[in-house]
Design a protein around this ligand. Structure first.
Ligand code: ATR
Length: 281
């Protein structure tokens, strides 16, 4: 039997993280004796926390708000994906030091499955924060031809657009939030992703989903039992929708695989998230 190791998610706030439920279910389903816990860590404490986790021989860590960017200078090596996104959500303890990875973008791509034909398509990205960087990275990996970025603060959208242009061969343009009511930016979209936190407070994004092609998929990264106003509007217009629970599941599965070298037990992980009230297709 393998030795038990300790894993965890660091963040502040971290009390509501569902990662312990998901990863402990994964350990049980795989027959691994490990344990995954939450740790409240402020940005100023992160360097010490990472050092101590290594000293204690922890098995692996996730980082959540507000630590993902703070970790960049604190690890020994970044994966190309983490440096492209500019954030670390997964830390792997390697013999040579700490590896900072980011599984959010790949998790997002996996959560889409076969629902969207990204290659050569046009995607609309709402928001310009850390989640938007991860999704943009995924969209470029998925082969989109054009990304339109709409954000409340235009300067952040412009900065993200410049960054995304370095990801690969993709055309990036910037929109204001009010442009999401116009036909032109939506007419050819295969995917519209809301990465903002607006839906957390039950707020709505000013968009007219009916202006997109009929098979355009609407994704809101917010997850929970109930659909956000953004997804409800898309459903009313007859468009397919997806919440952020699948991205949570798949980013976790990728982290689990990086730490344990075992295939992630997706069904058990999804069951654990459903038991916490999430709606997973
Ligand atoms: P994350 O890492 O989750 O992306 P973030 O970096 O704080 O978090 O980014 C939050 C995103 O939600 C931003 O795009 C933010 O818009 P601004 O750049 O203008 O701040 C967006 N956002 C948050 N609250 C919003 C609101 N009430 N209306 C519109 N956009 C909002």
């Amino acid at each position: 039997m393998q030795d038990a190791r300790l894993f965890g998610v660091l963040g502040d706030p971290v009390d509501h993280s569902l990662s312990p439920a998901m990863h402990n279910a994964a350990f049980r389903a795989t027959g691994l004796p490990h344990l995954y816990l939450r740790y409240r860590v402020a940005p100023t404490e992160l360097a010490d926390a990472l050092h101590e986790a290594r000293q204690l021989g922890m098995g692996g860590l996730n980082l959540t708000v507000p630590l993902k960017e703070h970790a960049l200078p604190l690890v020994d090596r970044l994966t190309p994906e983490a440096s492209r996104i500019g954030a670390v959500n997964t830390i792997v303890f390697e013999r040579k030091g700490l590896l900072g990875d980011n599984t959010d973008g790949r998790g997002f791509l996996r959560s889409l499955g076969r629902r969207v034909a990204l290659r050569g398509g046009h995607a609309v990205l709402i928001g310009a924060g850390g989640s938007a960087r991860a999704v943009a990275s995924a969209l470029v990996s998925g082969g989109v031809r054009r990304i339109s970025i709409a954000n409340r603060t235009p300067a952040r959208a412009t900065a993200l657009a410049k960054r995304v242009e370095t990801f690969g061969s993709v055309h990036v343009d910037v929109l204001g939030l009010s442009d999401l009511r116009r036909a032109q930016p939506l007419a050819e979209a295969v995917l519209v992703v809301n990465t903002t936190s607006v839906g957390l407070a039950n707020g709505a994004v000013p968009i007219r989903p009916g202006l997109t092609p009929r098979r355009c998929v609407f994704v809101d990264l917010v997850y929970g039992a109930k659909p956000t106003p953004f997804l409800r509007a898309a459903t009313r217009a007859g468009r397919p929708t997806l919440n952020g629970a699948g991205m949570l599941l798949h980013q976790g599965a990728l982290a689990f695989e990086a730490w344990t070298r075992h295939r992630a037990p997706l069904a058990a992980m999804a069951r654990a998230l459903r038991a916490e009230g999430l709606a997973i297709p």
